[in-house]
Design a protein around this ligand. Structure first.
Ligand code: NAD
Length: 475
């Protein structure tokens, strides 16, 4: 049974004043799963007032109390991972094992925030005058507005909620309309874990209308968004106009550098499977493949062989390696990337088209011989398309890898120690992973540089965006 999707405002699950609704579609079967209420400004005002009222007491809650709730949340995530994962597969499409894995890994995120929120320390600054006491304290910033996307609907939301709540803030979150069950499940879990009313509020609706209304509201003191670069820039500009701090987790265009000293078969297999994870709809997905000339042909053959044989289907089928794209808009975008690649000399080695079956399925696609100006080499496809290109020397490939305005994740595969040092120092990215895919853990900071964003989630940096610094001096 797919859950009923409601708002969660002031501790109540409600459809508020909604008169309009939007259908929730299973991307694998095109079945209608349910209806999502569209918030009116009265609903948003209700959420704002609830979050503001709750902040007056929650800001003074002890870190132990917050920690206890977050621990309970972690436990409930583990207990319910199978059921919640099933709902995520229904409305988002990813294979069940990936959905369940997402929820279980979020239990670790909640635990991390439970631990770290007890360590939001200030400091004592030695005074010039011994009669003076100087201290720095970190205070919760206030009511936060968060906007999270559909690709990791549980993960993206729980990271923002745990950071805000752990810091003593209250939060209004607009989850992804296309895949809403995850954020709904999070609200139920926090509710049952004993979170006081109004600390967390969930709304749905027209994204641009909700973000505009919430960011302009004087009640909101902090804005956090995960999504595309253009939308991130719009929201950042609006937040800036109202002097509100932001955390922006935006798109990337991750380069992958494969050097000639690696085990080609092993690396090609690792990369093929990482590429099709969540059908390529991952902001840290390997995006531009730079393969050394000496191993290019062998790498290409193995990579294509693997992708040609993966099982594509409904994520509920245990045999499925890759599900559909999350919504219909992505199919047209994939076609557009492929058409543009053809204009830039691209040769389609595999796929390049939708699958002839019900659902938003797109074939794993490999394109070679592209020039660096093709759209696929400069804009995030956010789908199962891999452009393979050659490189000859390290300086040249680093120049190409750093040429784009993005800087989220970057990958390199080499067994040569000096090459590993050189590329990890030179790659312009918020996260560099050598010889594996080791990013996005609770204890490590996740975030981008350049157009890929501002601020980090996770790691000991996780609360930085949710606290303000106060200096107190007393004589
Ligand atoms: P989109 O930009 O329409 O939507 C992406 C997400 O942003 C959705 O959840 C949507 O509800 C939200 N959104 C859009 N406009 C908004 C606004 N004005 N205010 C608040 N929220 C808003 O695009 P899409 O077709 O759903 O996805 C396409 C692109 O989005 C991808 O190519 C990718 O670059 C980016 N994206 C990035 C991430 C990420 O993890 N960084 C996740 C999902 C999508």
């Amino acid at each position: 049974m797919y859950p009923t999707i409601n708002f969660y405002i002031n501790g109540e699950f409600t459809s508020g004043n909604a008169t309009k609704h939007q259908s929730i579609i299973n991307p694998a079967t095109l079945e209608n799963l349910g209806q999502l209420p569209i918030a009116t400004t009265r609903d948003l005002d209700h959420a704002l007032q609830s979050a503001q009222a709750a902040f007056e007491s929650w800001r003074h809650s002890s870190p132990m109390e917050r920690s206890k709730i977050l621990r309970k949340v972690a436990q409930l995530c583990r207990d319910r991972a199978e059921e919640i994962g099933r709902h995520i597969t229904l409305d988002q499409g990813k294979p069940l094992a990936e959905s369940v894995g997402e929820v279980k890994s979020c239990a670790d995120h909640a635990d991390w925030h439970a631990e770290e929120c007890r360590r939001i320390y200030g400091r004592v600054i030695p005074p010039r005058d011994p009669r003076v006491r100087q201290i720095v304290v970190k205070e919760p910033i206030g009511v936060c507005a968060a906007f999270t996307p559909w690709n990791f609907p549980f993960n993206q939301a729980i990271r923002k909620i745990s950071a805000a709540i752990g810091a003593g803030c209250t939060i209004i979150i607009k989850g992804p309309e296309d895949s809403p069950s995850a954020v709904m499940a999070i609200a139920r879990i926090f509710h049952e874990a004993g979170l006081p009313q109004g600390v967390l509020n969930v709304v749905w609706g027209v994204p641009a209308e909700i973000s505009d209304y919430l960011i302009r509201s004087p009640i909101v003191r902090k804005v956090s968004f995960t999504g595309s670069v253009p939308v991130g820039k719009q929201l950042a500009a609006l937040a800036g106009a109202h002097m509100k701090p932001i955390t922006m987790e935006l798109g990337g265009h991750s380069p992958v550098l494969v050097f000639p000293d690696v085990d080609i078969a092993r690396v090609a297999k690792q990369l093929a499977y990482f590429k099709i994870r969540n059908a390529g709809q991952v902001c840290i997905s390997p995006t531009r493949f730079y393969i050394h000339d000496a191993i290019y042909d062998e790498f290409k053959k193995t990579f294509i062989d693997i992708l040609a044989n993966i099982n594509i289907g409904d994520g509920l089928d245990p045999e499925t390696d890759m599900g559909p794209l999350a919504h219909e808009r992505r199919l047209a975008t994939m076609d557009q990337f492929v058409q543009n690649a053809l204009k830039h000399g691209g040769k389609i080695e595999l796929g390049g088209k939708r699958l002839d079956k019900t659902g938003y399925f797109y074939a794993p696609t490999v394109i070679s011989e592209l020039d660096d100006q093709a759209q696929l080499m400069t804009e995030e496809p956010f789908g199962p398309i891999a452009p393979l290109t050659r490189f000859h020397d390290t300086e040249e490939v680093l120049r190409r890898a750093n040429a784009l305005p993005y800087g989220l994740a970057a990958y390199a595969f080499t067994n040569h120690l000096q090459t590993a040092h050189q590329v990890s120092n030179a790659l312009q990215a918020g996260m560099v992973s050598i010889n594996h895919f080791g990013v996005a853990l609770p204890e490590t900071p996740f975030g981008g540089i350049k157009d890929s964003g501002i601020g980090s989630e996770g790691g000991i940096e996780t609360f930085d965006g949710y606290v303000v610094t106060k200096f107190i001096t007393q004589r």
